[in-house]
Design a binder for this molecule. Structure first.
Ligand code: EPU
Length: 509
């Protein structure tokens, strides 16, 4: 027999939290003793007037969108190739001795950054004959000028993935300081550990990382301390041309990783994905080019789905693919959202963008749920922020446990400023005690809903939180001013035009 508290916790883990439930930490974690409830005084400390944008930020004036709220999004949007595959496939082209073709590439800032980085290394990047087609010709790869590369310092995390390909092609790699969203420390210790095991020598200089491989790169056995997406890609991109066999344990197996393996296989690589997160790579002498149509962007697709739910709308996301989004679809349905899946065969058979998923609000109340982010096949950390906006509209206490990044809940401050009732916790409020549980990170949240959101001045902190701010502004009463919207261009193609196409009222002041 379960004690009532454990039964409530078990229900939470199944994804449902009944309205009015007081969430208690389960007995299994003795360090957590508090009872969690929403503290009204804590929320009152975050009123919109205290969130006013300061004069210092007026320089962002050209980067502002006014969003008129209370607007259900209705209509159709199309998603293209996944940002988190496209950028890596572009890097993979460096490994080939012949040009590669990548289709359905979104026009986003991250693609521009990677194109620039490749061009600085002598890769010719040009548009192909169909819209969204990129041709990458690596036949004249050359060493890039460090100062020119440094123009991109702090703009992306992709440069670290150039290490293996550049070492194979040139025997040397210079990597500028990395950027990316500020959602945690995001160290690169796994990347550098793996590179060293392959035989690379890493020198940290004032300008960036200087990496060489005096004795070449050799296959190795490596076990990741955590199934990192980037570190798995690092190993794949290095091992394919290293001498001998590489065995990677505790590898990430996200759909974008499997798609990158497909790209590499098209180029001539020999890669086996075993059970239990083990990937084996047999190094080959040389690789050719590829022609590849990437998997659709499941983060963008989920963002539009959550936007439909949060705004009480109805959006068909053309190109969204069920197989990559099953965990999101389950959570969406548990909240009470309605969805309908159209297979590609039923739509435009064999044509890019065929099929998709329709997401809509049921018209009656949404239900609170418990969500825990995790590596694949878990609930993606990048789905968390848009989903939390929808959860502010669900009745009861929802729980979110963020286990991938330690600082990915900071944006909830803005939602509180808009009237949402959200409290964050240092403890692990979820099924699995995570790496952050005994450290000082507010990585769990309890959301009490439904809340009537009102307009506010908002400053976008990072890519996914930025899109969530837009959704919240659309769901809120009144007109919100959103600062720093260009950050959203990093991962959402034509987001402004898509919003307008769905009936949103937005304007540049
Ligand atoms: N980690 C380390 N050491 C490392 C590498 C990672 O401690 O050397 C830790 C990170 O700090 C984090 C965890 O491992 O806590 C997972 O990081 P991972 O390496 O998996 O993330 P990433 O490769 O840097 C990619 C996506 C992210 C996405 C994550 C998780 C790209 C360009 N970025 O990041 O996407 O959230 O995987 O799926 O592919 C986004 O698109 O907005 C975004 C942040």
């Amino acid at each position: 027999m379960c004690a009532p508290r454990d039964r409530r916790h078990a229900a939470m883990l199944r994804g449902r939290v009944d309205p009015g439930t007081i969430i208690e930490a389960p007995r299994r974690w003795p360090t957590v003793t508090a009872r969690y409830h929403i503290d009204a005084a804590d929320n009152a400390a975050h009123r919109p007037d205290q969130q006013r944008v300061s004069m210092r930020e007026v320089s962002l004036i050209n980067d502002v969108l006014v969003v008129h709220g209370d607007t259900p999004l209705r209509g159709e949007v199309r998603v293209r190739g996944a940002k988190n595959l496209v950028s890596k496939a572009m890097v993979a082209a460096l490994l080939g001795e012949a040009p590669s073709r990548l289709y359905d590439v979104p026009r986003i800032r991250d693609v521009e950054v990677v194109s620039d980085l490749l061009e600085l290394h002598g890769v010719r990047v040009s548009d192909g004959s169909e819209p969204g087609e990129l041709v990458l010709d690596p036949t004249n790869v050359e060493r890039a000028n460090a100062d020119e590369l440094n123009v991109h310092a702090g703009s992306s995390r992709i440069p670290i993935l150039l290490c293996g390909p550049l070492l194979h092609r040139l025997g040397h790699a210079f990597i500028p300081d990395l950027g990316g969203c500020h959602i945690g420390d995001r160290p690169i210790d796994f990347h550098l550990g793996a590179l060293r095991q392959f035989g690379a020598v890493v020198e940290k200089t004032a300008k960036g990382l200087d990496i060489t491989a005096p004795a070449g790169l050799h296959g190795t056995k490596f076990e990741l301390p955590y199934p990192s997406v980037g570190a798995t890609e690092q190993v794949l991109l290095t091992a394919v041309l290293a001498e001998g066999v590489t065995e990677l344990r505790s590898a990430a197996v996200e759909p974008e990783i499997i798609d990158l393996i497909c790209v590499l296989q098209k180029m001539g690589a020999i890669i086996t994905v075993h059970t239990d997160r083990v990937i084996e790579i047999e190094g080959v002498q040389s690789l050719g080019g590829y022609a590849h149509r990437p998997i659709p962007d499941r983060i963008e697709a989920a963002s539009w789905g959550a936007a439909a739910l949060a705004t009480g709308g109805d959006v068909f996301v053309r190109g969204a693919r069920q197989a990559d989004m099953m965990t999101f679809l389950n959570a969406f349905r548990s909240i009470g959202g309605r969805l309908e899946i159209e297979d590609p065969a039923a739509g435009l058979a064999g044509v890019a963008g065929g099929g998709g998923i329709r997401f809509w609000h049921p018209g009656d109340e949404l239900r609170a749920v418990a969500v825990e982010t995790d590596v694949h096949p878990g609930f993606m950390t990048d789905w968390q922020q848009p989903m939390v906006v929808a959860l502010t509209q669900a009745r009861g206490l929802s729980i979110v446990h963020e286990t991938v990044y330690e600082r990915r809940l900071g944006y909830t401050e803005s939602l509180r400023a808009m009237g949402a009732t959200i409290q964050t916790y240092r403890e692990c409020l979820g099924g699995t005690p995570c790496r952050f549980g005994r450290r000082n990170f507010r990585h769990s949240a309890v959301i009490a809903g439904p809340s009537k959101l009102h307009a506010a001045d908002l400053r976008i902190p990072d890519l996914r939180a930025g899109f969530s701010h837009l959704i919240a502004a659309l769901a809120a009463k009144g007109s919100s001013t959103v600062y720093g919207v260009s950050l959203i261009n990093r991962g959402y193609e034509d987001f402004e035009a898509k919003l307008v196409g769905l009936g949103a009222h937005v304007e540049r002041p």
